[in-house]
Ligand binder design. Structure first.
Ligand SMILES: C=CC1=C(C)c2cc3[nH]c(cc4nc(cc5[nH]c(cc1n2)c(C)c5CCC(=O)O)C(CCC(=O)O)=C4C)c(C)c3C=C
Ligand SMILES: [Fe+2]
Ligand SMILES: [Fe+2]
Length: 387
């Protein structure tokens, strides 16, 4: 019997203000986040957006101490998972592979090779699958595997998503019940599920199961919770000019305020760790929106982090995955070519035979316009709120 490894996948986050710009550059360089019809434009556009967005993003990170706690929390989760597996008689080395910041997925894979791991369970720390999160990490791993004979010797299996696992759902329902019990009116507070959004085209054109898994997760938590409270589901953290899943969290807060709702409990449904979207966006920005809308009592369910019930379920997931038929990268959902954050259709970019000749020139003019907008601070992308 060889050595067993568990690879935890997550997004990663900047640890200090100077990390923010390169972190954003890595994120926007990912074709699973923005896919352009010309691949050569990907990196220059990523550079422009990252450079322009860095200041605003740094301000947000400053509000939570200057950086993301995601690495620290993920390391604590990895440690707790290894301990739990050991206690169950399953020794395993646990690795962390972040998509856009340290410790990078590539570093984790190098360590897996150096440690001579023979059996590997790949576990994304996102309960619901999205092309933009787990899908992006799986694609990167698949590329690494394709290029490396040593990796092909490893017996690996992937856990695509786990939004409906009874242990995870139970842990979420417990945390939610605890928060509801602290409300002034525990049976009247509205339960507000806030999920990270994705562009509508991911779901409707590329077939991303994300929305379906979010809705399935909400249903499972409510069934386990067994409380009479009203609930809503909305989507947060929109970026860029295209339509994202609706309703948007800020609009739903306004609507509840208009209806006279006075107390809500927000459940960050797509996150299992505290990070900028919970600590800054929900706790600071959305709290303000809610208060202005007349919602007097705003509470939030804490992220699971190292919640023992949750860690126990992660360990069970790993053990069960090793007993089942392996799932390989080729079997998990892959995005179609038309995933987009920007318009993809050839006609939308003027890609007809007649126009093809002009294409490169126009793209270059567009790129120069982007540069100008970046340095002047004015232009169409600023008015769309992208820069
Ligand atoms: C399940 C969660 C997530 C989905 C789905 C997702 C999609 C997605 N995100 C962006 C753009 C940004 N995301 C950023 C930070 C960020 N995103 C997630 C999770 C999901 N993203 C997390 C956990 C974090 C925070 C990491 C941390 O610092 O703790 C950022 C950077 C922050 C900011 O400037 O707002 C951007 C930008 C897109 C475009 C997208 C889907 C296409
Ligand atoms: Fe994100
Ligand atoms: Fe955000």
């Amino acid at each position: 019997m060889g050595r067993v490894g568990v690879l935890l996948l997550n997004l990663g986050g900047p640890e200090q203000p100077s990390d923010v710009r390169p972190f954003l550059y890595n994120l926007f360089s990912d074709p699973e986040i923005i896919r352009l019809p010309f691949s050569w434009l990907q990196k220059p556009l990523a550079w422009v957006i990252a450079t322009s967005r860095a200041k605003r993003s740094q301000e947000n990170y400053k509000e939570i101490g200057g950086g993301s706690p995601l690495r620290r929390i993920t390391e604590e989760q990895a440690h707790a998972l290894a301990e739990n597996l050991r206690a169950k008689g399953n020794d395993a080395q646990v690795y962390i592979g972040m998509r856009y910041w340290h410790p990078f997925t590539e570093e984790a894979v190098d360590r897996i090779k150096a440690d001579d791991i023979s059996d590997l369970v790949i576990l994304p720390l996102y309960p619901q699958f999205s092309i933009s999160t787990s899908g992006s990490s799986f694609r990167l791993l698949e590329d690494l595997w394709t290029q490396d004979e040593a990796l092909k010797q490893i017996n690996y299996t992937v856990i695509p998503s786990w939004y409906d696992r009874p242990g995870y759902v139970q842990a979420m329902a417990h945390l939610l019940a605890q928060e509801l019990d602290q409300c002034e009116n525990p049976h009247e507070a509205v339960i507000f599920f806030s999920a990270h959004g994705v562009p509508v085209s991911y779901v409707e054109e590329a077939g991303d199961p994300y929305q379906q898994e979010i809705e399935g997760c909400v249903d499972a938590i409510l069934k386990t919770l067994q409380r009479p409270n009203d609930h809503v589901l909305a989507y947060q953290s929109r970026v860029g000019p295209v339509e994202w899943l609706q309703p948007y969290t800020e609009d739903m807060l306004q609507e509840l305020g208009n209806q006279g709702v006075k107390e809500i409990v927000v459940v960050p449904i797509s996150f299992i760790s505290e990070h900028i979207e919970t600590l800054q966006e929900i706790d600071i920005e959305y709290r303000e929106v809610a208060e202005e809308a007349g919602i007097q009592n705003f509470r939030r369910v804490p992220a699971l982090n190292t919640n023992p019930e949750f860690i126990d379920d992660l360990a069970n997931m790993v053990i069960e995955a090793r007993q089942q038929t392996p799932i390989h990268f080729s079997e998990v959902m892959r995005p179609q070519n038309n995933v987009k954050l920007y318009p993809q259709e050839r006609w939308e970019w003027g890609l007809t035979n007649a126009a093809e000749r002009w294409n490169g020139r126009l793209a270059m003019i567009g790129f120069l316009a982007l540069m100008l907008e970046l340095f002047s601070g004015h232009g169409p992308l600023h008015s769309l709120g992208l820069l």
